[in-house]
Design a protein around this ligand. Structure first.
Ligand code: CA
Length: 354
């Protein structure tokens, strides 16, 4: 056996497990589907800019990312060991099935979930999963949540923000929320490449991706869900947002003030009164991960304004994969109890890791 030589760069911690909660994978079969979509020529420009780049760029970074995304065994676990990551919570990489035609998306979501469940069965102490669903068919998505919980033992869902320009604030998608609430499966609202009608002013200056555009668009999506009254209708629904809550914790005061003022002015038909302040839903219905943001002040601010029980550790493997970030977070000035919640126990609660 010529396995690559294992080197532990950062040892596991005896004080807590490190559970990374926004980690990506891509079955080779899905990349073949993407290739066909990209070959058709009329592919969504945001998708072409993102996955078109990773799948065709000769750059070492792009090739490394594809290699890591498609490995569910030796290489991935070697990288986890090198960073001292005990467990990865795995999600099909963005945009998952959301870029596919409806029937293909429904069918492939099941294939991807079975593929993920197989990987978890091979490595039950290292991998945890999130279910992929096709929002293009909300009733099928609801059924897949039920199948995922009951047959595959997976207790959370990933949705990569907008689906071909449509937002989950539209009640036509709310069967998905009903199923997620009924089965107590939190929905991780992960970024997608920007929709066509938002792309140009971001892309022309190179700010459309993870640097800024993703956060703007996913934060907008979360706010649309809140202001549409989704959590009044589904009060036990849980959502997760990454990248320090896509900056929404920092906005909370102004969101509350201006939401109140806008509702009172009756300026928009689309902005109806809701039962609570936007910040209340962010505190009571959302969890926040620090994916891509290994920055102590931001993590502590979020803990302060949404609660230490609502902020979770994530790395964003393989797009961001830095052992120095793990070390920096280990060294945060924080009580041992809060640090264990951040790295381990909040994730165990949210993703039902037993
Ligand atoms: Ca990610």
């Amino acid at each position: 056996m010529n396995l690559p030589e294992k080197k532990t760069v950062h040892p596991k911690s005896s004080a807590y497990q490190r559970i990374a909660t926004e980690e990506a994978f891509a079955p080779p079969e899905m990349l073949n589907i993407y290739k066909k979509i990209l070959e058709k020529g009329d592919a969504d420009p945001g998708f072409r800019g993102l996955m078109g780049f990773y799948m065709s760029s000769p750059s070492a970074r792009a090739q490394h990312i594809i290699r890591c995304l498609t490995d569910m065994d030796t290489l991935r676990i070697q990288h986890m060991d090198e960073c001292g990551i005990d467990k990865q919570v795995l999600a099909l990489t963005s945009p998952g099935v959301q870029v596919m035609e409806k029937a293909d998306a429904v069918a492939y979501a099941q294939v991807a979930n079975d593929y993920l469940a197989d990987a978890i069965r091979r490595h039950p102490t290292r991998f945890v999963g999130m279910l992929t669903v096709a929002p293009q068919d909300p009733q099928a998505a609801a059924k897949e949540i039920e199948r995922g919980v009951n047959k595959l033992g997976i207790h959370s869902v990933v949705i990569n923000s907008h689906t071909q320009g449509e937002y989950l604030s539209d009640p036509k998608f709310w069967d998905i929320f009903a199923a997620a609430e009924a089965h107590d499966t939190p929905i991780y609202l992960h970024p997608n490449s920007l929709p066509k009608n938002m792309l140009q002013p971001f892309q022309e200056c190179g700010l459309d991706g993870a640097i800024y555009g993703f956060g703007v668009e996913t934060g907008l999506h979360a706010m649309r869900i809140i202001t549409a009254g989704v959590f009044d209708r589904f009060p036990r629904l849980k959502m997760i947002i990454g990248h320090m809550g896509e900056a929404l914790p920092y906005w909370m005061y102004r969101l509350d003030y201006m939401h109140r003022a806008t509702v009172a002015s009756q300026r928009y038909d689309s902005m109806k009164p809701i039962k609570k302040k936007p910040s209340d839903y962010l505190r009571e219905n959302f969890y926040i991960t620090n994916s891509g943001v290994a920055w102590e002040p931001a993590i502590k601010f979020a803990q302060q304004v949404v609660g230490v029980d609502r902020v979770l550790y994530a790395m964003d493997y393989p797009y961001q994969h830095q052992v120095d970030e793990v070390i920096a977070l280990d060294n945060m000035t924080m009580s041992a109890e809060d640090k264990k919640m951040f790295f381990q126990t909040n994730a165990e609660t949210v993703f039902k890791i037993r």
